[in-house]
Structure formats: structure tokens, C-alpha cells
Ligand binder design. Structure first.
Ligand code: HEM
Length: 432
């Protein structure tokens, strides 16, 4: 199984997961692949098949030492218990007005771009929307990320902080990037002071107001009776930073025709189809994944054709993009956007663990209901009203009569292949 040197056809994209996929394909698609990137990262085992047993453990994260993502054992159990009620579907439905209010601001921006004809980054627009929705439902706080006239110091610091990670695909150790590390600490301090204030105010609100905030943060603070210690504030801030991570926003343009078709007229069907489209987008482009370091001495072993290997001291990475595009499960259309696969009876044939955008088991994503609720609302609102036209990377090829050209699979051909939103998804929008 260990590979010291190999050649593989480099994918066009710089997406590291696609590079891993190409390496795995070149090796004949083994279910586990050992990658040694030392000294840049610990030795890694990349999981391709959903059949492999999963390993849960400890993961270092930027969101603070007590973040729910990094916590384990009893600490994790307590945190999950504290936050579960806030993320329960019934509770999220009470926060629907907040989600809708922020979504309408997003539609205003799209209307503006439709009228002035300017191109814009859809990633920026949806990123700001997500920021506003999450801070609204989690903290009951309006940072105004979508407000072009408000330039919040908090948002600037937060974006800058995350930017320092976006450029570090390989997660280099801090001593190789001391300046970046110093910048991170400064920015994290600025973000932290605002979060501390919000936590203290929310707690004070619970103590003094008869109508208490219904935010996820407020619910999580109900476990503290009279006093909020500095440690409790710090822990709450760690969770707030964790909960702020990005959601994905599927491109709604492919969904629109189905929503408007005769068979799509009925609301239930539309919601079902929208959900299938979101699920399919998360299958092809899962925005998050799981990497767990198996602590030395734990004794985790795997059986491979050439013998048994120990995974102790190894980073186990469930490569969601590889697992979710496995041709053994998804067949010839493994790399194609086919929402219908989730609607037909044939979907019963897809093993449940083969789709794992929110991961599985007790450490699965606590925010998955919120993320899918948000995505369903936004796609449903947007797909009925707008046409999106990609410009730059992923732009449509046109024939002599300026008409899009279909490929053999009935999809429109593009000038250059679009893979993950490398260009920030620059596009234009038109009202239908
Ligand atoms: C499409 C959007 C999202 C995707 C694809 C996603 C994906 C994931 C994945 C794969 C994990 C497991 C990570 C691991 O095992 O290490 C995870 C965990 C988590 N996610 Fe999400 N997430 C999304 C949105 C959200 C949202 C909106 C929130 C909250 C506002 C959230 C909060 C969390 C938390 C707190 C955990 C850690 C849970 C635990 O360890 O108990 N996520 N997410």
C-alpha cells in the first residue's frame, strides 16, 4: 500500500482532492491510499470507499481550544447536548422569519445586478448572505455583512482571518509561516473581543428580560444559572467561531427548468426536487471533510491485500469528493450533476454511507438542518426569478447563431472547464 513515488495525470484543477482522486485512479482505485507529505503534513491515509470503518478522534482547529470540533469525550458530549436544542428542526422553524429577511436582502442585490448588468462574484454574495443568516440565528445579531454601506470592523477582521487559511492548502506548521501565524493571532484577538461582548449581552438579556432571545447562543446559555465565568465566556466564543463556518450554495440555474416544468408545478415535488439538487451539488462538491489523527498507541489496524497496517500516528482523511464520486456506486454518471438519481426508486440502491457531505455518526454536522433549510429557501426563491450567466471560467460556448452547444450528455459546452469556484463564481444575472 505505501507509495514512495508515482506519476499520474495532473488534473486541470488545483483542487487538492481532485489531485488525490487522480492519484487514486492511477493506482487502480484502492479503498485506502497512503500519502506521505512529511514534513509538510503528517502521514495521511486517504479513504476512498464508503465501506471502510470510520475513525473518530481529535482534530486541531483554528476555532479555539474548546471548540466542539476539537473537543472529545465528556467535554464534547456536554457541548453537543448544550447546542442540540438550538439546532433541532422544530426550533429552526421558529427562526424562519430571520432566514427569510436576510434572503430578501440577497434578492435585492441580485435585482440591482440584473438592472445594472454588472458581473459579480456569487461566492461573495452568498458568503455574505450565509454570514448574516448564521449570525442572525446563532447570535441574534446583525453584522450587516450584506449591507454595502456598512463596513464592519468585525467582518473585515473575520474575513481576513479566514483568508489566511484559504491560501494555506497544505496547512504548513506555524514555524514555517511565522508572519502568517502572527497575523492570525492579531486578527483572532479582534474577532474575539466582539464575540465576548455578544456572549455577555446575551446572558444579561436572559437574566433580565421576560421575552428571552430564541437564538441558538441564548438557548445554549440556559445551562448557566446566575453567573457566567470568564471560562464559560471563552468556551462560548470558541463555539461561536466554529458555528460561523461557511455553507455551500448550489448553482440554481440548472434547477430552474425542472421547477418550472409541468411535473414541477406541485409544491411538494418542487421541494423534493430542490432537495435532490442540493444533495447532488453537495455530492459533487462537498465543502467540508473529516480528518482525524489516530493517536499513537490506540491500536487501529486495517487489513490490506498485502498485509495488515497500523494507522496509529496517521491522519485519516475521509476524502468525501472521492467517496461520493465512486464509479462503483454512482456508475457512469459519477462525475455528472444528476439530481434525479435521488428521486427515482433506484436511489434505494445507493448505500446510505456513500453520501456523507455532513459526515456520519455521532460527530456528524450539527448544523445540517440549518444549512439545508437555508439552501432550500434560497434556491427556491432564486430559481423562480433569475437566469444566471457565467462569465470567464465556465462561460458557455456559443455557435455561429450565438446559441449554446449541447454535448453528448445533453449539457451545454463551456469555453473552459469550471471546477470548484476558483474565480469566486463571477457571473451576470437576468430577471426571467
Ligand atoms: C453545507 C453546509 C455544511 C457542510 C457541508 C458541513 C459539513 C460538516 C462536516 C463534514 C462535519 C464533520 C467534521 C468532522 O468530522 O470533523 C461538520 C461538523 C460540524 N458542523 Fe457543519 N457543515 C455545514 C454547515 C454547518 C452550519 C451551518 C453549522 C452551524 C451554524 C455547522 C456546524 C458544525 C459543527 C458545530 C460541527 C461539529 C459537530 C461535532 O463535532 O459534534 N455546520 N460539518
Amino acid at each position: 500500500m505505501p507509495v514512495s513515488r508515482m506519476w499520474f495525470k495532473r488534473p486541470q484543477s488545483t483542487e487538492i482532492d481532485l489531485a488525490f482522486t487522480a492519484m487514486n485512479d492511477a493506482l487502480g482505485q484502492p479503498p485506502l491510499m497512503f500519502v506521505d507529505l512529511r514534513p509538510f503534513s503528517p502521514p495521511m491515509v486517504i479513504v476512498r470507499s464508503h465501506h471502510m470503518p470510520q475513525v473518530y478522534g481529535h482534530m486541531v482547529h483554528v476555532t479555539g481550544p474548546t471548540s466542539i470540533l476539537a473537543a472529545h469525550g465528556e467535554d464534547w458530549k456536554q457541548l453537543r447536548k448544550r447546542f442540540n436544542p438550538g439546532f433541532a428542526p422544530q426550533h429552526l422553524l421558529t427562526l424562519l422569519p430571520c432566514i427569510l429577511e436576510k434572503s430578501f436582502v440577497f434578492l435585492d442585490h441580485l435585482d440591482r445586478f440584473a438592472h445594472n448588468g454588472q458581473s459579480f462574484s456569487l461566492v461573495d454574495l452568498t458568503g455574505n448572505l450565509t454570514f448574516d443568516i448564521i449570525s442572525g440565528v446563532v447570535m441574534d445579531f446583525d453584522f450587516g455583512a450584506q449591507d454595502v454601506h456598512r463596513s464592519s470592523e468585525f467582518i473585515r477582521a473575520y474575513h481576513e482571518l479566514f483568508q489566511t487559511y484559504a491560501s494555506e492548502q497544505m496547512d504548513l506548521p506555524w514555524y514555517l509561516t511565522p508572519r502568517v501565524e502572527w497575523k492570525r493571532r492579531q486578527l483572532a484577538k479582534r474577532v474575539r473581543s466582539t464575540l465576548e461582548e455578544i456572549v455577555r449581552n446575551t446572558f444579561a438579556n436572559r437574566q433580565t428580560q421576560t421575552t428571552k432571545s430564541r437564538s441558538i447562543l441564548s438557548l445554549s446559555l440556559q445551562y448557566y444559572a446566575n453567573e457566567l465565568t470568564a471560562k464559560a465566556v471563552s468556551e462560548a466564543c470558541d463555539q461561536l467561531s466554529t458555528l460561523g463556518h461557511d455553507t455551500t450554495n448550489p448553482n440554481p440555474s440548472n434547477v430552474r427548468d425542472k421547477l418550472l416544468s409541468d411535473e414541477g408545478k406541485d409544491l411538494i415535488h418542487r421541494i423534493t426536487y430542490t432537495s435532490a439538487a442540493i444533495k447532488e451539488a453537495l455530492r459533487l462538491w462537498p465543502p467540508a471533510g473529516t480528518a482525524r489523527m489516530v493517536q499513537p498507541g490506540v491500536g487501529v489496524k486495517v487489513q490490506a491485500p498485502h498485509g495488515e497496517y497500523s494507522l496509529d500516528g496517521v491522519m485519516v482523511y475521509n476524502c468525501a469528493i472521492m467517496i461520493q464520486r465512486d464509479p462503483k456506486v454512482f456508475g457512469e454518471t459519477a462525475n455528472d450533476f444528476v439530481p434525479e438519481r435521488w428521486l427515482h426508486e433506484a436511489s434505494d440502491q445507493i448505500p446510505v454511507p456513500a453520501w456523507r457531505a455532513f459526515e456520519r455518526g455521532p460527530r456528524n454536522c450539527i448544523g445540517q438542518e440549518l444549512a439545508t433549510l437555508e439552501a432550500r429557501i434560497v434556491v427556491a426563491l432564486v430559481a423562480r426569478r433569475y437566469d444566471f450567466i457565467k462569465v470567464g471560467v465556465g462561460e458557455l460556448s456559443l455557435d455561429d447563431a450565438d446559441k449554446p452547444i449541447e454535448d453528448t450528455k445533453g449539457r451545454f459546452k463551456v469555453v473552459s472547464e469550471m471546477y470548484s469556484p476558483i474565480d469566486g463564481m463571477v457571473m451576470r444575472v437576468r430577471i426571467q
